[in-house]
Design a binder for this molecule. Sequence first.
Ligand code: DLL
Length: 435
Amino acid sequence: MLDLTPDPKSLDWIETASRDELEALQTERLRDTVRRAYQSVPFYRAALDAHGLVPEDIRGLGDIAKLPFTVKDDLRNNYPFGMLAVPRAQLRRVHASSGTTGRPTVVAYTDSDIATWSELMARSIRAAGGRPGDLVHVAYGYGLFTGGLGAHYGAERLGCTVVPASGGMTERQVTLLQDLRADVIMLTPSYMLVILDEFARQGIDPRTCSLKVGIFGAEPWTEDMRREIERRADMHAVDIYGLSEVMGPGVAQECVETKDGLTVWEDHFYPEIVDPTSGDVLPQGELGELVLTTLTKQAMPLLRYRTRDLTRLLPGTARTMRRMERIRGRTDDMMIVRGVNVFPSQVEELVLSIADLSPHYLCVLSRPARLDEMTVRVEARPRAATADRRERLAQELGARIKHRIGVTVAVDVVEPGSLERSLGKAKRILDLRAP
Ligand code: DLL
C-alpha cells in the first residue's frame, strides 16, 4: 500500500499547534458559544437559569462540567427550529437525522457553518490520505443524510474531483470506479463489502483497481473489518466519525499514517467522556459515553450533547488533538442477553475471526418463552457453503461467542447472498421481541 503521510506543511496550523495554543483557542470559543447560546436560544437560557448559571461562570475549560447536558429529546421537543441561535432566514441548509420512528431531528447550518464543515471535511480527507487533484468517489447517500453532501463539499474544498455517486445501483458503482479510476472512496464499510462482492461477481479483482484509500464511517465497524477490506482491495481503510446533530461527518478522523483511532477536531468540538448512567465525567482513557460541545457552530450551538456513542479518549499522536478509540457501539444498540451485555461489534470480531464466515451478519433477538434469546445469522463464504460445513461453522462460532463474550446464543450459518444488503448504514440487530 502507498505511503500517504501528508506533508506537514499542508496541514492547518492548529493540527500541529501546542496543547496550550489549542486550549487557549478552545477557551475563547467555548465562552463565545455559551454566551451566544444563552442570549439567542430560549432553551439554553432556561437550562442555564435552572442551574443558577450565567455565561460569565464559564471562564475556562474546567468549568464545562458545570453546564447541563443536551439530549436528543431536547432537539425533538424543539422541532423543527426551536434550537436556532440565528433567524431562520440566515440558514443556508437543513439536514435531518435518520430517526426510524416519529419526528426526524432537523439540524441547520448558516453560510459560515457550511464553510467550517467543508474545511473540516477537507482536513479529514487529507488526514485520510486524499490530496488535491484526487478523484473522490462519494457513495454515501445524498439528501437529508449528512454523509453525501458533507463528503462532497469537503472533497471540493480540498481541490479534488468529486463523483457524486450516492448509494445504490451497485453495478454502476463498479463501472464508475473502473472507468473514472477513483483514488478515494467514501461510504459505509458495510456498503463497501457489497461493492467488493460486486467486483467479484463481475470477475474483476478489486486489488487491480485504482483506489488508494477508503474513508469509512456512519456505522460501527471493527479492526477485523479493516483488515478484510485492506486485504481484498489492497487499499488503506480509515475511520471517519460524525453525527448530524453536531455537524455531520468530519467531527473526528483517523490519520492514515498511524491508524490508531480518530483525531477529534478539538478546535471545533470539545469532547468529554461520561459515565452513561451517572453522567459523571470520567478520566482520560476510560470507556464511556462521548459528550460533545460545539465551539464554532453558529446556527445550532450545542452544549454537552450526549451522543450515546461509547468510546474512550486518548492523547494525540499524529496531531495535537486528542484521539478517540473506534466507536464500540451505541448505548441504545447494547443487547442484554441473559444478563450479559453484548454489542454487535463484539459479534463481528468473532465472525471475522473465522476465515470461512463472511462479514455479512445479523443479530436476531427473540423471546420465545420468558427469556431473551439471540440468534446470530451469518453467511458462509462461497467456498464453505455446503450444509455440513455450515453446521460445523455454526458450532465453531457459537463456541467462540460463549468463550469470549460469555453468553449462549444460537448460530445460523446461511447461504452466501441470503441476508439483506444495505446501501447505507447496515442493520445489525433485528428485534423480534414483543414490545
Ligand atoms: O452518520 C454522519 C456520518 C456520515 C459520519 C458519514 C461518518 C460518515 P447520523 O446519521 O446522524 O450521522 O448518525 C450518527 O452514526 O452517533 C454513531 O452512532 C454512528 N457513527 C457515525 N460514524 C461512525 C463511526 C452520520 N465511524 C451516528 N463508527 C453516530 C461508529 C459511527 N459509528
